[in-house]
Design a protein around this ligand. Sequence first.
Ligand code: HEC
Length: 280
Amino acid sequence: MPVTMPFATKAFALLLAVLLPFLPGVSLGADAIIKLKRDGQEWRLSSAHLLQRNDATEISVPADVAYRRDMRFRALPLRTLLLENGFVAQGTLNFLALDGYAAPIDAAQVLNEAGAQAWLAVEDPAQPWPTLSPEGATAGPFYLVWQQQPAGGVPQEHWPYQIAVIEQTLAPEQRYPMILPSLTLPKHNPAWQGFAVFKENCIACHKINGGGDGVLGPDLNVPHNPTEYFTEPFLKKLIRNPAQVRSWPGAKMPGFDAEAISDEELEALIAYLKAMRTQR
Ligand code: HEC
């Protein structure tokens, strides 16, 4: 027997449906879109579509990087999704986030079966994740998380959240040769190791000589290089924990402890930055 709503209830429901999207803090759970890009082609996938896939599953992530605690997410194996769309385990995958964060990650690291497993966590608009800060947004709509991590873990910069685009590109130095130290430097020069440290930890937010896709932090060589205007002890302190040098509510740079960047890597990173002073 069909259930009929009294007219007043119907009218109220209609009014609510019309007003709901305009009420502050109320979302009707709009579907989010992630773009996959390669070879000049683009695929747009919706969170609803991804959540309905057969391989979408509930995973647990102990000590999650974005939330800094144990988390559970609905997620799908990113490897499968990308291979289906013609991505290859060569070059770089660029993860572009809504806030301007742009993490280049070795495609092989994501697409090879061996090693840590990459999962694309997908936020269900009907059941949003917790916010990252009290007034802030969540890590959604899409977040890269890892399982079966190696000892020492997958670097924190390889956990991009609020992902909008995943694109297959060349390695950063092939797209932006201006970020390379002078090719006349011998291979054993620490600046080369420092360059690798920079690519893994810093380039997601900082350009060098205008090269790179990140736009959250300042260019680290132009117009001046921090090794020119910071003393070395304070620069090291800032990299380890920016709030130890200066602190304000809007600060966005994360710190890098000795587990993220060893003392030797930090020396090498400084050597790279210094070497870039003569490479503008
Ligand atoms: C998530 C983004 C992010 C990452 C990753 C990041 N930074 Fe930053 N960095 C910033 C932002 C944003 C600022 C501006 C100050 C702030 O908001 O904290 C900044 C400021 C700085 C400054 C001070 C520049 C100045 O002139 O005041 C230096 C030096 C610096 N970063 C170096 C690095 C190095 C080296 C790395 C890698 C080990 C790195 N940053 C990684 C976002 C980032």
